[in-house]
Design a protein around this ligand. Sequence first.
Ligand code: S3P
Length: 411
Amino acid sequence: MLPSADKSISHRAVMLASLAEGESRIHNFLEGEDCLATMRAFSQMGIGIERTAPGELLVCGKGLGGLVQPEKELYLANSGTTMRLMLGILAGQPFIATLTGDESLSRRPMKRVTDPLRKMGAKIQGPEDANFPPLTIRGGKLKGIQFSSEVASAQVKSAVLLAGLFAKGPTQVKEPLPSRDHTERMMELFGANFRKEGKVSVVQRTEKLTPREIRIPGDISSAAFFIVAACLVPDSEVVIKEVGLNPTRTGILDVLKEMGASIALENVREEWEPVGDLRVRSSNLQAVKLTKEKIPSLIDELPVLMVACALARGKSEIRGAEELRVKESDRIRAMCENLGRLGAEAEELPDGCVIRGKEGFRGGKVSSFGDHRVAMSMAVAGLRSEDGAEIAESDCVNISYPSFFKDLESL
Ligand code: S3P
């Protein structure tokens, strides 16, 4: 099977292609609601984006100075990635724009991004000192900063690096633990003035980005639902093809292997992002202990990993994962509550959870909490529930994986 295209990379592809000078082609673009919000926002700022076939985009970039002031506010729906990265790009634009989102996005902390961008010279207003949307940003003459992020967040890092393309003087970003590096790879691919100095990313004002033709790999965060499902459902063997294997994203594979999963990598090739196929067979999983060092490399896979822990032998512990509380939902609470409703034993901690594994679940009614990854994780849990899992508000899977239920059924 092929999982849906990578969400993080799809956003960045549209962003960089919009800022490049000329036509970029994007193959295997993720047509989920989050990435469509990014597309819409750039269209509102004057970028021509044509969908030439399903998943195929032709983006007519207008250069780093080519965006125009949007006539209306930019509504970014549920997409935290769009809002945070877009703030970085808008910080460099000589106009005003207002960014809004749905109820979930309106509760997500933005100060982590608006603080450094203000230091660079952007003017940003919004509730609680620009910590929450709606945010109004007036970009302008930026200066480079040396920024040491408190959170290991690719969105924060990316916002500052993108603003750095427009700033006078170098912009340096350091993070406490390595987060996904798609922005850095894509900046290099499009010819930005970017370099890595040890653990520090450095970007300088860039005059021109070169358009590209790129293929988006499959999303390991979407593949994760099938990886865990194949581990958990007896007598399974599933081959998941064309999965992005960027080492900043593959923590889920390390941890599942440590738990005893049978996962083989095949056809691995190094393109601008590494890609390969995964062959997964059912296995008896053992409990695991996760600490904060591992968290950034599997941050979005933690909900489904919690399902795996709830069916593994022994007591698992996940710590250092307090970032989960400020995702599309409070994923610690949402998952512990849902697992409990199925008859599993999952106890909340401020920064994670303790889970005692069982042979199977009873089943029952759960909620997605409007969170796509919670919905998909509970679908995986349903596969090992006697009475199944009935998931309320499950259509939120469209945010990152519109064909999720179809693909799951096909397996
Ligand atoms: C993302 C970074 C992560 C991740 C999110 C996508 C990105 O968020 O959870 O789904 O594309 O940069 P943080 O940067 O907040 O950790």
